[in-house]
Design a protein around this ligand. Structure first.
Ligand code: FAD
Length: 277
């Protein structure tokens, strides 16, 4: 096995253009996989590329470099509450210091905590290759369980979203089978935008762990728009959650996940409304 540590993005992209390489950043997902590291794979370590790290303002948007750790995201006061809560819920401190936002998205697990939080912010991803840079809404980047639109010669460079979301009430709720370091059974993230008259202008609601990849609940979002705060819990209770298609596995049955999705949404909504008040 060969191991390349790229000093900057250009050299990483040149290496990727020459032959298929397995990208590694914080390595918390890569090395946890059964059988990894494969002796047949050549690895490309992007964790020392400075331009892939950090949180900055770019015009009207916030930009988070793909190699930014969950600990750095948790500690950044300029980021929305929901994303910081998701960051704080990931693994132990050691995992949060090492694991990155880019790795979480590229691993594309149905229970990745970063994904619902970022979906509820309307985030996009920036993908680079020697051929140039392209941008995709996160929803289009995630194709299915462990499957993304990333091409073999591309690196995910950054996650971007409208900076104004940091001023809106938002919340992330994770339900797991035990306290401490545990993967979610389901999670929910909510962001609310209010009109000055106390009417809901926009709701963004995303659920993880109850479908192949975390999804936006657009029918619930549409049902809540135009309502007042007191009417939101009933709207959430009445929602069919038709976008969800949970599976049975060792952490929970499909029925349990559907029920827990409803609980997580209700709690996230309640936290947003406390925040908004
Ligand atoms: C003990 C433990 C507990 C955990 N708990 C949680 C948890 O509670 N919640 C949760 O969501 N996750 C959890 N994880 C999973 C993991 O820590 C996170 O998903 C983390 O964000 C992965 O980031 P990384 O940099 O370590 O990814 P890596 O392991 O380096 O990479 C993961 C995948 O993404 C690809 N990749 C990484 N960066 C890029 C990039 N910039 N461009 C293109 N491809 C890239 C790699 O090729 C690989 O396929 C846990 C893991 C462990 C070991």
């Amino acid at each position: 096995m060969n191991y390349f540590r790229a000093p900057h993005l250009d050299s990483a992209l040149e290496q990727l253009a020459r032959r298929p390489l397995r990208i590694v950043c914080g390595a918390t997902d890569c090395y946890a996989e059964p059988g990894a590291p494969s002796e047949r794979a050549d690895w490309l370590d992007i964790s020392r590329i400075d331009t892939l790290r950090g949180i900055s303002r770019q015009g009207d948007e916030l930009r988070i470099g793909a190699a930014t750790s969950w600990d750095a995201i948790d500690r950044s006061e300029r980021l929305p509450a929901s994303l910081r809560e998701a960051a704080r819920s990931i693994g132990s401190l050691q995992i949060r210091l090492q694991g990155t936002i880019g790795g979480n998205l590229c691993h594309a697990s149905p229970v990745a905590d970063g994904v619902p939080a970022l979906l509820s912010l309307g985030a996009s991803v920036e993908l680079a290759s020697l051929g140039g840079v392209r941008r995709l809404p996160l929803e289009q980047f995630l194709l299915g369980r462990r499957s993304t639109a990333l091409r073999p010669d591309e690196i995910l460079c950054a996650v971007l979203f409208d900076a104004s979301v940091a001023d809106q009430p938002s919340a992330f709720v994770k339900l797991a089978n035990r306290d401490g370091t545990a993967l979610a059974v389901v999670s929910a993230a909510v962001l609310l935008r209010w009109q000055p008259q106390g009417v809901l202008a926009q709701a963004l609601v995303a659920v993880g762990g109850a479908s192949e990849v975390p999804v936006r609940l657009r029918s619930l979002e549409a049902a809540m728009e135009g309502l007042r705060a007191g009417e939101l819990p009933n709207a959430a209770q009445a929602a069919t959650l038709g976008e969800l298609a949970p599976i049975d596995d060792c952490r929970g049955s499909a029925a349990q996940r559907l029920g827990q999705a409803r609980v997580a949404i209700r709690r996230a909504l309640a936290r947003c409304m406390e925040d908004g008040a």
